[in-house]
Design a protein around this ligand. Structure first.
Ligand code: CMC
Length: 431
């Protein structure tokens, strides 16, 4: 809290003015925040659909400056983490606030490794799904169902339970994700191999088969690890806010993360990486790009260029910069040439020069390049958002834990009611 105050004057009519003093809060970085808590007692609410101007909590985990294109986790720039760190080390940083020393890192990695298997009965759970179920649909169901299996980590008031739930979720997400894919293609589930690192183990469970030794390319495993890292957290986005809101009612962690997965699924959020590839397929040829750009600019056409624009970034998404570099490296190393990738590159060039996209500050976001890189790595399109969910799990848990271990109240937004005023019931025969 600062000693500054904002004063809000509200004209109540007939010459009466309400002047309400509102304290101004100051963070360590970023804009100051007007604390509007006092408004309710004075008979007013604020109106902010989409929460474009509302800070819903205090947090020490991640900072974004959307104008400058800055993303910091616990103070460390994403570019430095992507270059020097790895996914599990970044998980530790997000959860505990500091980078681990070698002994702490070793212990963390080995504990996560101990939790990679899922309860054997969860395997039978999958048979309840249709074979053509979208893997995100399976994720919502199976991750929520973990609360039916791991009763010893659902007491949210016990910090040990919360820690074990965090390990379990980070460790089991790749296993469940790979199972959802294997189920859809009718192949046997693969058990985790804890001699592999986090990303390589995921690829082993995705692409390995029990009758052959897995052969995981270190290049692909490194690229996958970087994709997880770049998605690890992103402040109070839609899915993280959903996890916080669900958690504010004291729901158990597995149920909260399932809620986050549901919010992530939509094409405006994590579903965009899948939508990017579908869009590139629809564009079909470089010759058709202009037509699609024109559609994106047409106010009467709901079509949007998927993978462009961001609520917070009005400059390049810093994750997209790293992802683009990773995409270039992977494509070169694997010697991949693909018509769709050509379309993507041309689309990016054209959109970045187009006045519509420049004026509206619509830059390619992380999902534009992650869609491309995942396709190059041979990941099926339906798994793209699932991979985002694996990476983001640690962010969801870190925010949930930050909230539960501090002081919080149940999240309960208000509304501007625009329906009927009170009226009397009309009996059926008189209507
Ligand atoms: N293509 C064409 N026009 C766009 C696009 C786009 N991708 N994105 C925004 N606009 C226009 C929009 O029509 C609006 O124009 P006007 O002011 O004339 O009405 C203006 O730009 C502002 O858009 P908005 O919808 O008010 O912005 P928002 O902050 O509510 O939405 C967004 C942000 C990411 C949902 C949106 O840019 C979008 O739908 N992008 C495509 C989907 C996408 O790539 N999502 C992934 C986001 S990054 C990953 C993640 O963190 O989840």
């Amino acid at each position: 809290m600062t000693d500054k105050t904002a004063t809000l004057s509200i004209d109540r009519g007939e010459g009466k003015i309400d002047a309400i003093d509102l304290p101004v809060m100051e963070g360590s970085l970023g804009p100051n925040v007007v604390n509007v808590g006092a408004l309710t007692a004075n008979g007013y609410f604020t109106y902010d659909p989409g929460f474009t101007s509302t800070a819903a909590c205090e947090s020490k985990i991640t900072f974004i400056d959307g104008e400058k294109g800055i993303l910091l986790h616990r103070g460390y720039p994403i570019e430095q983490l992507a270059e020097h760190s790895d996914y599990l080390e970044t998980c530790y940083l997000l959860l505990y606030g500091e980078l681990p020393n070698p002994a702490e890192k070793h212990e963390f990695v080995s504990i996560v490794g101990k939790h990679t298997m899922v309860h054997e009965q969860i395997r039978t759970f999958f048979n309840g799904f249709r074979r053509d179920a979208h893997p995100m649909a399976i994720m919502c169901g199976v991750v929520g169902a973990l609360s039916a299996f791991y009763h010893d980590s659902t007491d949210i008031s016990d910090s040990h339970h919360r820690t074990v739930a965090a390990y379990r979720l980070i460790a089991k997400m790749p296993t469940i994700a790979a199972m959802s894919y294997k189920f859809s293609i009718g192949q046997p589930f693969m058990y985790p191999d804890n001699s592999l690192n986090y990303a390589a183990n995921f690829l082993h469970m995705m692409f390995g088969v029990p009758c052959e030794a897995s052969n995981i390319s270190p290049t692909i495993a490194k690229a996958m690890d970087r994709i997880f890292l770049l998605h690890a957290d992103h402040e109070q986005n839609a899915s993280t806010s959903t996890v916080r809101l669900a958690g504010s009612s004291q729901a158990n962690p597995f149920a909260c993360i399932a809620a986050g997965i549901a919010a992530l699924w939509g094409p405006s959020h994590g579903g965009a990486n899948e939508a990017v590839v579908k869009m590139l397929e629809e564009i079909e040829s470089v010759d058709n790009i202009d037509k699609f750009i024109a559609r994106a600019k047409d106010k009467d056409d709901p079509f949007r260029l998927m993978g462009f624009g961001h609520r917070v970034y009005k400059n390049f998404d810093p994750r997209a910069k790293v992802m683009k570099q990773a995409a270039d490296e992977v494509l070169e190393e694997l010697g991949i040439q693909d018509e769709m990738l050509e379309i993507a590159k041309r689309l990016e060039e054209i959109a970045l020069k187009d006045p519509y996209f420049i004026e509206k500050k619509l830059y390619p976001n992380v999902d534009f390049y992650s869609g491309i890189i995942l396709k190059a790595l041979g990941i099926p399109t339906s798994m793209f958002t699932v991979i985002f969910a694996i990476g983001r799990t640690v962010g969801w848990i870190a925010h949930w834990n930050e909230m539960i271990s501090g002081s919080y109240r149940i999240g309960r937004p208000r509304q501007l009611y625009t329906g009927y005023a009170q009226r009397d019931f009309v009996p059926l025969d008189n209507r």
